[in-house]
Ligand binder design. Structure first.
Ligand code: HMG
Ligand code: MG
Length: 301
């Protein structure tokens, strides 16, 4: 079984991570984090969300953050958009890439976006049409693809049904997300194999949270399926406000260490990445969630 020779790391710490902080992180710290991540060589940094500030006050400063970052040529700065109003915000901020997000379960869709899966897709249809017309790129995320905090088991067929809809809307990439980190490698393989029957594997990405310590194993299982794009979060920041108890995404440092060890190219510099993690953890006043960062910092001390 051959693994991909290169992987695109899609950093979600500034969005998926900071949306989950109790206290709102100041704009300059968000900007400092994003700029350090791009300086480390990350090709995509999900910068923020244009969602309702009533739902996610942590990211209500999206426009200000985007206005202040040092946009690095060749790097994409995707933003989450839940509806037409979010798209308008993204357009005004000069965004070139948006992320729409559906769910594989009805209960999660309701809690996260106050609508059914079908209603969400209908909203996204209008959003995608307009975004694509303007030459923006659209990515589609599918939450709770490996298990739902409200409904439990999620069948792979439920995930592939949503994936097909997102593909039909024009998403260039579809990201299969284990929002609460309950997946195991066998389940991961089953979901990716099922979705790959309908969506070319080159257009799939994985997004694993590490609640049960399975995220790296799941990443490896997805690599074996041919997946070559992975979301991760510097220092393992994050969780999900609508998924109680879920811990952060797999740490970018940990994924990078594994990929480096496998000889898989990413273009990301470990030392600079660890520094970006140290920067945000110093601000938050807590230790990094990355085991690799902990080990490297202990070794350097
Ligand atoms: P709603 O309350 O049904 O919508 O929320 P509404 O249209 O009634 O709007 C309520 C208020 O919000 C109104 O303001 C709107 O104007 C405003 P009011 O009139 O009361 O003053 N509003 C907005 N403001 C700014 N930007 C907008 C916007 N939309 C409405 N875009 C809605 C529906 C979808 C808006 C809401 O549920 C929402 O924003 N949800 C987003 C929740 C979210 O961001 N969750 C976390 C991201 S998903 C995730 O983390 C999972 C992921 O990482 C993958 C994984 O791990 O699985 C992607
Ligand atoms: Mg997430």
């Amino acid at each position: 079984m051959s693994l991909p020779s290169s992987v695109r790391l899609f950093e979600v710490g500034p969005r998926d991570g900071l949306q989950n902080e109790k206290d709102i992180v100041p704009i300059d710290v968000k900007v400092g984090l994003i700029d350090r991540l791009t300086a480390a060589g990350l090709p995509a940094v999900e910068a923020t969300s244009f969602v309702s500030p009533k739902w996610v006050p942590q990211l209500a400063d999206a426009a200000e953050v985007l206005a202040k970052i040092a946009r690095k040529p060749g790097v994409s700065y995707p933003v989450l958009v839940p509806n037409r109003k979010g798209l308008d915000g993204a357009i005004a901020a000069g965004c070139e890439e948006i992320v729409i997000f559906g769910a594989a379960s009805e209960a999660f869709s309701k809690r996260n976006t106050n609508c059914t899966i079908a209603e969400g897709l209908a909203r996204f249809s209008e959003v995608c049409e307009e975004a694509l017309q303007r030459g923006m790129r659209v990515r589609g995320d599918i939450s709770v693809a490996l298990g739902c905090p409200y409904e439990g088991e999620v069948a792979p067929a439920q995930v592939s049904a949503v994936a097909r809809e997102l593909l039909a809307l024009g998403c260039y990439e579809i990201c299969i997300a284990d929002t609460i980190g309950v997946g195991t490698p066998g389940k991961t393989r089953a979901v990716f194999e099922e979705v790959a029957k309908h969506v070319p594997v080159a257009r799939l990405a994985g997004h694993f949270h590490d609640t049960y310590g399975q995220a790296l194993a799941n990443t490896y299982a997805a690599l074996e399926c041919g997946v070559a794009v992975f979301d991760s979060s510097v220092a393992g920041l994050g969780g999900c406000p609508y998924a109680k108890g879920a811990t952060g995404n797999v740490a970018t440092e940990d994924v990078l260490y594994m990929l480096d060890g496998l000889g898989i190219e990413t273009g990301v510099d470990m030392a600079k990445l660890v520094e970006a993690g140290r920067y945000i953890c110093d601000f938050l006043g807590r230790p990094t969630g990355s085991r690799v960062a902990r080990a490297l910092m202990a070794k350097a001390a």
